[in-house]
Design a protein around this ligand. Structure first.
Ligand code: FES
Length: 154
């Protein structure tokens, strides 16, 4: 449940928009920065602040692949599985990550450090295969280069 201050911050944010719902993506991102992910309870609180139904706001939250509706690890790894990345070998990267981190796609490591999730095109097809770690794009990857990139997040 969001605190009184958190609710107040979101209401202030919503006041900047002609319609409160205009603040919905920014509000979701804000809650995710505070909590790491968006629980049903938090989603209901945000929806109430923005005069939206929880279903409407959930539709927004689940549309964006950088909004997490389930708990995630300290670092999120999004692996692109759209066509360019698929052709350029994203499945080899996924296999490599699963082996190196001892998890399967959609899971979080036992120490809570990494979550591995699939995603649609990250908009960097000319650098396929591509992954995003905590919002940082890593492209032109091979399994070796991926291990090097991952090292800085350990
Ligand atoms: S298909 Fe992977 S970034 Fe576009």
């Amino acid at each position: 449940m969001l605190s009184f201050d958190e609710n107040k911050t979101i209401s202030k944010l919503a006041d900047r928009y002609e319609k409160k719902r205009g603040a919905c993506v920014e509000a979701l991102k804000m809650v995710q920065r505070w909590r790491g992910w968006i629980s049903d309870e938090d989603l209901n609180d945000v929806a109430r602040c923005l005069d939206m139904s929880a279903d409407e706001l959930d539709g927004v939250a689940t549309f964006y692949n950088l909004i997490f509706r389930h708990p995630v690890g300290w670092h999120t790894i999004l692996i692109c599985d759209s066509v360019s990345c698929w052709i350029m070998g994203c499945s080899a990267l996924r296999d490599h990550l699963e082996k190196e981190l001892h998890l399967k796609l959609g899971e979080t490591t036992a120490d809570g450090r990494f979550t591995l999730l699939p995603t649609a095109c990250l908009g960097a097809c000319d650098h396929a295969p591509v992954i995003m770690i905590d919002g940082d794009l890593h492209g032109d990857l091979s399994p070796g280069k991926l291990s090097e990139a991952l090292a800085s997040y350990r």
